[in-house]
Design a protein around this ligand. Structure first.
Ligand code: TXA
Ligand code: MG
Length: 363
C-alpha cells in the first residue's frame, strides 16, 4: 500500500541558461524557510535543505530513507563562502578549488563549528562543493546560505539525472522540484580528501583522475574506488549504494571475450525462464545482436546502450537512466559491460561495481 504523502510536491520548469529569477527566488525562500528543494546540478539532481538548520537537514534523511551515518555534501555559490563551513582551507584545497570550481568536485575539509553534526554524521570533516549548473548557482546565490544536498534519490536507488527520476522516488516527500531537463555529466562529483597529504580521491566522479593529477601531482585513489579493492572508501559508498532490483553482474575485459561470455550467460538465464537486461556499449550490443536474436524474439531480452565504447563520458551521462529503465522493464537479471577505463570511465566502472554489489567478472 502506498503511504500517504507527507508533503505536497510542486514541480517548476526552469531554463538551464538564464534561469527565471522569480522561480529562483521562490526556491531560495523555500530553502531559507527550512523546506526541501530538489535542484539540478551538472552531475545529478540534489535534494537540498538549509545546511545550518539541523531540523531541515533531518528531513533530508527522512525523505530519502538514508541512514544518519552517511554524511551530506554542503553546496555553496562560490569559494569565498568556504570560511562559513570549513575551519581551514589547506593550500592544496585552494589550488583544487581554483582549478575545478565551479564544477563536479567535492573537497573534504576540516568542519566549521557552525555546521550541525547531523550534516557530517558527527565527523570533524565537511564535504563542500560549488556546482557549475546555472540553476544551482543562481539558487545558492539567492538563498545566501550553505545548502546540504545528497543526490535526490531514495536510499540505494540510482542517482537521478532527470526530474522524472526524482519524482519516481520522492513525489510527496519534498516540497519543490526545479526541473531543468537532463543533467550534463550524469555521475556524481569526485570527492577529494584534502585533510590528508597528498590528497586522496574518496569517490571517482565528474572530475577525472587525469585532470586532478595535472593540478595535484601525487593525488591517489583510495582503496575501493574504481576497482581498487573494498577497504577504505567514503562512508556512503556502501556496495549496496546503487543496487538495482535485478541481480546485476558486470564483465570486464577484452570486448570479444566479454561478448562471448555475456551471450552464454544470457542464453543460460533465458533458457531457465528469466528475463535478461543487457547494458553495454554499442559495439558490444552490435556483436551480441545475432547471438541473442532468438531470445529477443521471445521477449526475453531487453538491451540498453551505454553509447560508443571509446566515449566514457556518454556512458556516464546515461548510466543511471539505463539502470532505472532496465529495472522498470522488470528484468530478473542484468548483464553489464562497461566503457573504456580512462576519463569518466573510472566513475562509470565504480558505479557499475556498486550496482553489481561487487560481482565483477574479470576476463
Ligand atoms: O555530484 C554530487 O556530489 C551530488 C550533487 C547533488 O552535488 N551529490 C551527491 O551526494 O552525490 P550524496 O550524498 O549522494 O553523496 C555524497 C557522499 C556521501 O555518500 C559520503 O560518502 C560523502 O559524500 N561524504 C559527505 N560528507 C563526507 C565527510 N565529511 N567525510 C567523508 N565522506 C563524506
Ligand atoms: Mg547519492
Amino acid at each position: 500500500m502506498k503511504a500517504m504523502p507527507e508533503r505536497r510536491t510542486t514541480v517548476l520548469r526552469i531554463a538551464t541558461e538564464a534561469p527565471d529569477a522569480a522561480v529562483v527566488a521562490t526556491a531560495a525562500a523555500a530553502l531559507r524557510a527550512g523546506r526541501l528543494v530538489v535542484f539540478p546540478t551538472e552531475t545529478v539532481y540534489g535534494l537540498g535543505a538549509h545546511a545550518l538548520d539541523a531540523g531541515a537537514v533531518a528531513a533530508i534523511f527522512r525523505a530519502k530513507g538514508r541512514p544518519y551515518t552517511d554524511p551530506l555534501i554542503v553546496h555553496v555559490a562560490a569559494a569565498d563562502q568556504l570560511p562559513q563551513v570549513a575551519a581551514a582551507v589547506p593550500p592544496v584545497a585552494a589550488r583544487l578549488a581554483a582549478a575545478f570550481w565551479p564544477g563536479p568536485l567535492t573537497l573534504l575539509l576540516p568542519r566549521h563549528a557552525a555546521v550541525p553534526a547531523i550534516v557530517t554524521a558527527g565527523r570533524d570533516t565537511v564535504a563542500v562543493r560549488v556546482p557549475s549548473h546555472p540553476v544551482a548557482h543562481a539558487l545558492l546565490a539567492a538563498a545566501g546560505v550553505p545548502v546540504a544536498a545528497p543526490s535526490a534519490n531514495r536510499f540505494s536507488r540510482p542517482s537521478p539525472t532527470t526530474a522524472a527520476h526524482v519524482l519516481a522516488d520522492l513525489d510527496g516527500r519534498v516540497d519543490l522540484v526545479l526541473d531543468a531537463g537532463p543533467t550534463a555529466i550524469g555521475v556524481e562529483s569526485t570527492i577529494v580528501d584534502c585533510t590528508v597529504s597528498p590528497p586522496v580521491v574518496r569517490r571517482a566522479g565528474g572530475v577525472t583522475l587525469e585532470a586532478l593529477e595535472a593540478v595535484t601531482p601525487g593525488v591517489t585513489l583510495a582503496e575501493g574506488v574504481a576497482g581498487l579493492g573494498e577497504a577504505q572508501v567514503a562512508p556512503g559508498q556502501l556496495l549496496r549504494h546503487y543496487a538495482p532490483t535485478a541481480t546485476l553482474t558486470a564483465y570486464d575485459g577484452p570486448l570479444d571475450l566479454a561478448v562471448a561470455r555475456v551471450a552464454r550467460e544470457a542464453r543460460h538465464h533465458t533458457a531457465a525462464g528469466a528475463r535478461v537486461g543487457v547494458l553495454a556499449p554499442d559495439e558490444a550490443l552490435a556483436a551480441l545482436a545475432p547471438e541473442l536474436a532468438a531470445a529477443a524474439a521471445r521477449g526475453r531480452i531487453e538491451v540498453a546502450s551505454l553509447g560508443p565504447l571509446a566515449a566514457p563520458d556518454a556512458a556516464a551521462r546515461v548510466l543511471f537512466a539505463r539502470l532505472r529503465e532496465l529495472d522498470e522493464a522488470g528484468v530478473d537479471v542484468m548483464l553489464a559491460l562497461g566503457p573504456a577505463h580512462h576519463g569518466l570511465g573510472r566513475a562509470v566502472w565504480d558505479r557499475l561495481r556498486r550496482a553489481a554489489e561487487g560481482r565483477v567478472v574479470r576476463l
